[in-house]
Design a protein around this ligand. Structure first.
Ligand code: HXC
Ligand code: NAP
Length: 266
């Protein structure tokens, strides 16, 4: 398939991506590297993040993996300093670390709820807050990864829905505060993405997958490249007038399924 972007559209740029030892965020990191960026990635596991960075250095790209827990501001701050020391600057930040499990609110302890809010929402605040000293200039692009659950209530996902709703509002507040400096702050809301930990946890059986696909306007899961292309666009000059936006890349998932059963087959 033809690539919509010039191969090296991020040449000379440095990207910092949080939660990128696997899945969608690693897909973004690899896509950025293939489009010319130097890439730094963080996650909790030293082993996993080193292996993820190696997938990029093995292809001849510059990539650095650092173990850091987004729940700990000092560890995130230290990671940014290490990346800045190594690459000399940072242009793009993606905040995508997340945790999820399926449980009813009554099956969730205070610590269970707090754990997800701490990783997703507080972690995103930490990443964006720590990044600003390095990205306080026109052209900088900050991107968070949210989810349709931020606006669509979802059974057994109270923690994730609340955390992602917070990310959407944080995105808009920081876009207002940091816009005067020329810094753009946006979020991407992926729909169900194939071959990810998230969908394994939410729809682990073929029956569940079929039921979810029947409720997506485009009737299929997206790919990691779909999300990576959206992040790539937001990182370029072509997106220079976009800030405070939640960009849906979801095949129309959020449109809902009113009448889907009655109209099946149409
Ligand atoms: C109820 C649970 C639980 C479950 C954990 N907990 N799993 N409660 N049901 N299935 C509770 C624990 O009992 C504990 O509370 C608290 O959560 C913290 O658990 P720990 O295991 O100590 O936490 P930690 O090691 O920090 O791990 C965090 C995690 C874990 C979120 C629980 O699953 C994780 O590391 N996830 C990262 C990977 C991930 O989730 N990827 C998917 C992201 S996808 P107590 O009270 O016992 O101490 C995503 C999709 C969004 O976000 C939308 C998709 C469409
Ligand atoms: P994933 O592969 O599990 O990615 C989550 C990443 O976060 C992992 O690299 C994990 O690495 C890291 N992480 C978890 N806790 C962390 C912490 N405390 N500090 C630092 N890093 C941490 O899941 P995914 O399905 O690709 O999801 C990626 C993002 O897309 C998430 O923000 C998710 O909410 C969002 N999303 C996914 C879907 C989907 O269909 N999958 C849909 C909508 C939104 P370590 O374990 O090494 O820490």
């Amino acid at each position: 398939m033809q690539d919509a972007f010039k191969e090296k559209v991020l040449a000379g740029k440095v990207a910092f991506i949080a939660g990128a030892s696997s899945g969608i965020n690693l897909g973004i990191a690899q896509h950025f590297a293939r489009h010319g960026a130097k890439v730094a990635i963080i996650s909790r596991s030293a082993e996993k993040i080193a292996a993820a960075a190696k997938t990029m250095t093995d292809e001849g790209h510059e990539a650095l993996g650092i173990a850091a827990d987004v729940r700990n501001f000092d560890s995130v701050d230290a990671a940014f300093k290490a990346v800045h020391d190594k690459f000399g600057k940072i242009d793009v930040v993606v905040s995508g670390a997340a945790g999820n499990f399926v449980a009813p609110a009554l099956g969730m302890s205070s610590n269970g709820f707090k754990t997800v809010v701490d990783i997703d929402l507080v972690g995103t605040f930490h990443v964006l807050r720590a990044s600003f000293q390095y990205l306080n200039r026109p052209g900088a692009s900050l991107i968070s990864i949210t989810a349709p659950q931020a606006v669509n209530p979802s059974l057994f996902q109270a923690h994730v829905c609340a955390a992602k709703a917070g990310i959407n509002m944080l995105t808009k507040c920081l876009a207002m505060e940091w816009g005067p400096a020329g810094v753009r702050v946006n979020a991407i809301s992926p729909g169900p993405i194939a071959e990810t930990e998230g969908m394994l946890r939410l729809a682990g059986s073929p029956e569940a997958e079929k039921a979810i696909k029947a409720r997506i306007a485009l009737r299929d899961y997206g790919t990691k490249t779909d999300i990576a292309d959206t992040a790539l666009f937001l990182s370029t000059h072509n997106a220079k007038y976009i800030t405070g936006s939640i960009i849906d890349c979801d095949g129309g998932s959020k449109l809902g399924d009113a009448g889907a059963d009655a109209l099946a087959g149409n």
